[in-house]
Design a binder for this molecule. Structure first.
Ligand SMILES: *[C@@H]1O[C@H](CO)[C@@H](O)[C@H](O)[C@H]1NC(C)=O
Length: 179
């Protein structure tokens, strides 16, 4: 009896550990949800900001771009440069076809295409990273970017964080039950 319980709990604890580690280290978000999505959108509903609206970004997550580095690039820019599609002095420029950017703070991040005329045609992206979840009081008190300011939909900072915290508690509960 004891033996079978042990043999079951080892793989289970391994699996749970992997889940916990993956929760802690931040997720990769493939921009646009698929390879090749970093391009001029064919319609409003295809836009990258539509994709961003349906995702939840947290501090420590990564944005990942897959594109043809010979034809396009990713520029991280200021809010002003985002709106005016000014490609002259980006904060960062990436052009190797496989770009990974760590979202190292909360608030808005602005990206535009470095390819001539693409930003004007809508190849641009705003990602709003939610405030860190550990201190809800501070998160509410700190000046969160208003939706109008970043032109992205309001994001509830609690929903996803609460879900993640909840699932971690359940997982911990399971560990204690098994052991
Ligand atoms: C683009 O940005 C640069 C640097 O911030 C600035 O000097 C330049 O005047 C801007 N160009 C336009 C067209 O706004």
């Amino acid at each position: 009896m004891a033996a079978s319980k042990t043999s079951l709990s080892v793989p289970l604890i391994l699996a749970i550990s992997i889940i916990l580690i993956r929760c802690a280290e931040g997720r990769d978000h493939l921009v646009g949800g698929r390879v090749g999505a970093w391009k001029v959108p064919s319609s409003e509903t295809e836009s990258l900001n539509k994709w961003a609206e349906s995702s939840r970004f947290q501090v420590g997550d990564y944005l990942v771009w897959e594109y043809d580095g010979k034809k396009d690039s990713v520029l991280q820019v200021t809010r002003d440069a985002y709106h005016s599609c000014n490609t002259t002095r980006p904060i960062e420029e990436y052009r190797n076809g496989e770009t990974k950017v760590r979202l190292d703070r909360s608030g808005p991040f602005y990206f535009i295409s470095g390819a001539e005329g693409h930003c004007e045609k809508g190849q641009k992206l705003i990602v709003v990273v939610m405030a860190p979840r550990r201190n809800k009081q501070n998160a509410l008190a700190s000046p969160a970017p208003s939706p109008a300011e970043v032109e992205a939909p309001a994001i509830s900072p609690t929903s996803s964080a609460t879900t993640r915290k909840g699932s971690m508690l359940v997982v911990l509960g399971v560990i204690f039950l098994v052991i």
